[in-house]
Design a protein around this ligand. Sequence first.
Ligand code: SF4
Length: 495
Amino acid sequence: MPVPAISKSKYLSGLQCPKLLWVYYRAKDWIPPVDAATQAVFDQGHVVGELAKQLYPGGIEVPWDTDLPTTVRKTKALLKQRVPLFEASLLGGGVYARADILEPVGRGQWDLIEVKSTGKVKDIHIPDLAAQRYCYEAAGLYIRRCHLMHIDTQYLLRGNPDPNRFFQCEDVTDQVDAMLPEVPRRVREMRKTIGQEACPEVEIGPHCSDPYDCPLTGRCWKAVNSRPHSIFTLYRLGAKKTWALYAQGVLDNAQIDEGTRLSGNQQIQIEAERTGQLQINKPAVRSFLERLYYPLQFLDFESFQTAIPLVQLTRPYQQIPFQFSLHQLVSSTARPRHFGWIWDGSGSPFDAMLEQLRACLTDQGAVVAYNASFEIARLREAAAACPTHRKWVEAVIDRTVDLLEPFRSFDVYHPAQHGSASMKSVLPALTGQDYAGMAISDGGMASQAYLTTFYGNAPQAAKEQTIKDLEAYCGQDTLGMWDIVKALGKLVRKP
Ligand code: SF4
């Protein structure tokens, strides 16, 4: 197979893992389709890129043509106009680059500007720019400076988004230049990798999620996950020393035990993995359950966050609550009562949420949330926006109990959790219930559905369906918490 030029995004993949690079060029069908959450990240990047273009009036977008050579020819023609170019496409040194912005400066020189939807310059941005600089210079351009344009996370939306205040631009030329000499060698190695017939053998490791979650994780980690004692699950739960032993090629039981001793209270998890049975520290779980007093209230929030704020007086990536579900039980034998709220998009979501919550939450009883730090943070942010509710919010937080606690501390562990203490793993493991078949089955889908419907001018019928789907999903979360509590109660009941 003739080896193609490496695009800068594949150059970054090649830095992360040669196997991933090879798969992109030789076995693309191994790459699973992009999920909704990842697509949402890409979409955010696109929207931010569009806003950045407003900073360069008179700039010209180089359209992607039918093929790369034609697009490169068009770019070369436009370069002569000496105006800012968006997505200028050039081939050079075996690399293909399409910079976000090329700005003409000085005598025949250009500044290279990469726009990122992050709140700061990250390490991975430097090789990204180095690959582009290398490509453009090999193609004959004189690049003067390299800039990284990122979001100012302290930006507060007032009126329409203002790109002059939304972005911060940092000169990263020195860092890029320091990395530039290694680019040609890396490109040569990568092209060699792509040219080989066999997929490179690469051990799994921390690089699988650094700097990005690798799309092949499911495939590569599957084999490890099926090994005895599931080293995979130990790693996912943070047994770093056990992981270190595994990484050294240590796999026998004695050495896993050693790793376990080093990682402390994961003995219960190891035992569950070995026996295939649920393991529980009954005194600890009993004392946790004693903190849950009636009327019990199970609370769950859904929120969205966007790079460019959609709500006035909020900041980039601020969590905006748009829904809550509350199941309330006055006694262990009572039927749970359900309350819910979905923001209609008008006024302040913080005010609307707190008003509605105050109307249904009782003044007594434990408020139970799963991974409660999320709910507590949303409550505090809402109180900061609506100070008249602050005292009430702090009183609610004081009686909030985190149902994640017994799972995070390994006081209870079921092998069917597969190394995860999240609600989506614990609920099916302990109760047999799951989210299969639901139109919305996780928080990412919920926020996407909300944004698409409420900010995408969806027709009324679609809106009504989304509301039903959101209610079903969030309601399952809060009712599921009650079912987990009941399951824990059964497990620790004295005979
Ligand atoms: S999952 Fe890990 S080993 Fe497999 S291709 Fe990705 S980075 Fe490489």
